[in-house]
Ligand binder design. Structure first.
Ligand SMILES: C[S@@+](CC[C@H](N)C(=O)[O-])C[C@H]1O[C@@H](n2cnc3c(N)ncnc32)[C@H](O)[C@@H]1O
Length: 308
């Protein structure tokens, strides 16, 4: 059956009334989809089980992947330099599969921009909620910098910085500044070798979006760095098994996929233990309403240090 996700559906999924900005952004998109048949659900389940049983061709996250990221973002950068078109900044993994997840279940969107538009809505909502009054906004693991446009749109007076270990990311930010006349700063930053000399500015908002997913269990140094820098607020939108329900099939397959790809592991529990020790305060923790064909990978945690 064909359905449309309306503003009220988003409000129900998020559990809050939405701002005028977010409602406008929803209105600009076509969130139309078909519910899937039992046969489609079976074949998606089998697709993921086959992937989970595969060993040779699975790309596992880790330090060995740096050249893949440099090369991938380098291709986006070249395309963007030639065209000046924002769409060349959007990672090519969006819209690759004809199915996505809404409220934890697979659906078949009517257009290939569906997942990216969902991501946009999620970011407008989060950035408005947490970053409206920040003076500095940082995205760690920013890739091509396409998310930074939303941060800038929501808070145009904040200084915006995008960090990534791939040098092609910093090159892309320079190109963005050239084409759009922005003043985004780019900085090389490796989660595995945290640069403690890079100091966050006053009243900072920090976020990661599907970036810590790449570092498995090696987030301790980065979290320590953040706590030391005492930002106003940190948001992470990442695959977090702790936020999912392993008794439910789609979530269970997600969790197994995280394990297979060596994605982020134990991060939410780590932050919870820092909160128990009184070092930080968790402001928000929830799975989100969207996902890609393979995973519910956009769970959200927002936190700040006790003295922020
Ligand atoms: C899935 S992409 C997401 C990029 C961006 N946040 C977005 O939403 O488009 C993962 C990002 O993490 C970055 N990354 C992976 N390992 C990293 C590391 N050790 N230090 C810094 N960045 C890293 C990659 O270069 C890439 O930009």
């Amino acid at each position: 059956m064909r359905k449309k996700i309306e503003i009220t559906d988003f409000e129900k999924a998020i559990g809050e009334n939405l701002s005028e900005l977010v409602k406008e952004k929803i209105d600009e998109c076509e969130f139309v989809y078909d519910e899937i048949s039992k046969e489609e659900r079976d074949s998606l389940t089998l697709l993921i089980i086959d992937f989970l049983l595969e060993d040779i061709f699975v790309k596992k996250a880790g330090p060995h992947r740096i050249n893949d990221w440099v090369k991938g973002w380098g291709e986006n950068c070249t395309e963007f330099s030639d065209s000046g078109d924002f769409n060349s900044l959007v990672p090519k993994y969006f819209g690759k599969h004809p199915y996505v997840r809404w409220e934890g279940q697979w659906i078949k969107p009517s257009n290939k921009d569906f997942e990216y538009n969902m991501v946009r809505i999620l970011q407008y909502w989060l950035f408005e909620k947490f970053f409206s009054s920040c003076e500095n906004i940082y995205e760690f693991g920013c890739g091509t910098g396409h998310n930074l446009f939303r941060a800038h749109e929501v808070n145009s007076s904040a200084t915006i910085t995008g960090l990534d270990w791939a040098s092609s990311s910093q090159e892309t930010l320079q190109e963005i500044n050239r084409v759009y006349g922005f003043d985004f700063s780019g900085h090389n930053f490796d989660f595995y070798n945290v640069d403690n000399d890079f100091v966050l500015g006053e009243n900072s908002g920090v976020y990661t979006f599907a970036a810590l997913e790449q570092i498995g269990s090696r987030y301790n140094d980065f979290v320590e760095y953040l706590v030391k820098n005492n930002p106003g607020v940190c948001i992470h939108v990442e695959p977090m098994a702790e936020c999912l329900d392993k008794e439910e099939l789609c979530d269970y397959l997600s969790i197994k996929y995280f394990e297979k790809r060596k994605y982020l592991n134990g991060f939410a529990n780590h932050l919870a233990s820092l909160a128990d020790d009184g070092k930080i305060e968790i402001l928000y923790e929830k799975r989100s309403f969207i996902g890609s064909v393979f995973i519910n990978g956009y769970s959200i945690i927002a936190w700040r240090t006790k003295n922020a």
